[in-house]
Design a protein around this ligand. Sequence first.
Ligand code: SAH
Length: 509
Amino acid sequence: MEKNQQFQVKITDYSSEGLGIGKTEGQFVWFIKDTVIGDEVIAAATKVKKHYGFARLVKLVTPSPARETPACPIARQCGGCQLQQMRYPAQLHFKQEKVYNNLLRIGEVPQALLDEVFQLIVGMESPFRYRNKAQYPIRRDKSGKIIAGFYAGRTHDVIACDDCLLGVEENKAILEAIVTWMEDYSIDPYDEKSGEGLVRHVLCRKGFRSGQHMVCLVINGTSLPHQEALVEKLCGHGGQTGAAAELRSVDSADTVENGENASDGRAAYVDRAAKDSGECPHVDSLSFSVNMENTNVIMGTKIVHLYGPGYIEDSIGEVRFRISPLSFYQVNPVQTEEMYGAALEFADLQGTENVWDLYCGIGTISLFLSQKAKQVYGVEIIPEAIEDARQNAALNGITNAEFYVGAAEEVLPAWYEVHQDERIDVICVDPPRKGCDEKALNTIVQMAPEKLVYVSCDSATLARDVKYLRAAGYELRHVCPVDNFPETVHVETVVLMSRVSNEPRADRA
Ligand code: SAH
């Protein structure tokens, strides 16, 4: 096959980047953008390698029954949502199959066992408007107009779009207010080529439970001209920090009550999302971040607060979190609650357990579990995240969670060496895509907890680790995929494994 040559193929799978996959002559694998599983297409080769190639969609011969018109007008150019042409039930089916097949093939889990422990994927009621965080680049378009938008897939061209359908509706009004302020005061957007201009990005965050909004302008400078006018516009006050903001800060009782009184947690979220009026909401925390580097990194490290206490609050389950512009925080709070709810259910804590939470981030899972455990230990490699974890523990009056900075594969073995006699009942892991380091897995096996809860964002590495753990005396008990990122190819999975032997570990008897 040569470049530009056309051929007909049926799409049967997706790559991890969301390209449709079809095979010709049984063997040769084609990656074809903008196709959906079930499509019969004519495609033209764009790049041909020995065993695989890339092609572009020329014509849909028979569209897949799973196809639908993307809700977002720029879905195809933006590339942030890889699955918008696919109906939501089909997206869920695809993700569920992906997790199942990885556990079967890579994990070598016997099919009968897998069928017994595999639960239906937890999807969302509505697959849009779930993200609590959005980062919009601000640029000038060819006609000279200031626009907020998104990078066209893998390029540095910004396509105008101030209403990403994954984000909250209020972002649009916030962006409009900022662009108007820039126009009124002749403030230039950043120009990547010349390195000139001031405003690079706008970061918007919303606490879904608290209803609070945070805005942070990323600027190519160290001060913001006409900042009082911006504060007035977004925050409706003369720029005092502190007192006014404190009044609006969420009362903890209120937050918890909202969650508990609603018939279920979801109702409280949905209700708040529906309240949007199209007007610019009151912004509870306004700041700017200095980024004068010629880099792809969005946020600068220096933050200057213009209004509010420097953070907003939100809660997952009954745990409150303080979120500042640089904090890591799960982007889909509704599904995160589902995911950590499953983790908590699987751990089945009675109040007497000692628990480790590896790769703990800002301590979300640790603090969730600490309410039902005797003692929780968390470890995370990023020091700032551990600072947040400790602060969040204090904010919630949690005293039975202790946090360590470092690599899980170093901190855990070192801890175990001096605490050989301490019983660990449950170990929870939530590693990045590459999965757990073998040294960490090895130490986990030596520590011999009764239960292992594995939260995974990549089912291929999950399957690899499940294989290791099954060979080392753990059995798969539950597998629960959760759709944390509808419209994208990503899927999370919560797994319970437990020790097969009921006998106490020999050296502890
Ligand atoms: N459960 C966490 C998020 C986990 S994401 C939360 O909800 O906040 C995975 C985390 O693992 C990231 O925070 C990343 O910084 C951390 N990490 C990556 N490699 C690590 C390692 N070797 N040891 C410990 N933490 C690591």
